[in-house]
Design a protein around this ligand. Structure first.
Ligand SMILES: C[S@@+](CC[C@H](N)C(=O)[O-])C[C@H]1O[C@@H](n2cnc3c(N)ncnc32)[C@H](O)[C@@H]1O
Length: 170
């Protein structure tokens, strides 16, 4: 299934959902081959910083190689499992996003709780999901779990079978 990661990413939609601004600190969980990461890092450059966290070193290596090829130097990789406490202090990030990742994480609620902790109040969380992915997270269950973690739905782009949902950490 690795070829799936090579399909073009809807970066325009991600930009609309995430609204990254130059100078912001942003977190991506599960960057895969780094397609979204290199776009986001460019949008927040030159002062902004993107942290990418993945449970597989090979994915972090792919992301960093891609960034190097594109002369992008504001990405910091971290090897960790997202169901563990995230290795960042509270209120570290202006925004965070996960694309096709949440359903692969064994304890989704814990990850959402942790994302709430590391985001600044009012910070944005964008979750992208597409049906057909064996780990697809239905929008309704995401919304319920996000609310339990302290997130408020701000908007959803796309239909319920291929959505990007944006929440605010309240
Ligand atoms: C299906 S890929 C999606 C990659 C990328 N976000 C995209 O849209 O192409 C899932 C990614 O999440 C990572 N991942 C899976 N489970 C994880 C976990 N428990 N903690 C951190 N990363 C995880 C995988 O290593 C992989 O990079």
């Amino acid at each position: 299934m690795r070829w799936v990661l090579r399909l073009p990413h809807p970066t325009g939609v991600l930009q609309r959902a995430l609204e990254p601004r130059p100078g912001e600190c942003v977190l991506e969980i599960g960057p895969g081959l780094g397609q979204a990461a290199t776009s986001v890092a460019t949008w927040i450059a030159p002062q902004g910083r993107l942290d990418v966290l993945d449970v597989q070193q090979v994915m972090l290596d792919e992301t960093m190689r891609r960034a190097e090829r594109m002369d992008i130097d504001n990405i910091t990789p971290t090897l960790a499992a997202a169901e563990e406490p995230l290795p960042y202090p509270e209120a570290s990030f202006d925004a965070a996003y996960l694309s096709g990742v949440l359903g692969e994480i064994p304890d989704r609620q814990r990850t959402l709780n942790e994302l709430h902790r590391v985001l600044k109040r009012g910070g944005r969380l964008v979750v992208a999901e597409i049906a057909g992915d064996p780990d697809f997270v239905p929008f309704g269950s995401l919304r319920r779990q996000a609310a339990l973690a302290g997130f408020e739905l701000d908007r959803r782009l796309g239909p319920s079978l291929a959505y990007m949902a944006r929440f605010l950490a309240v």
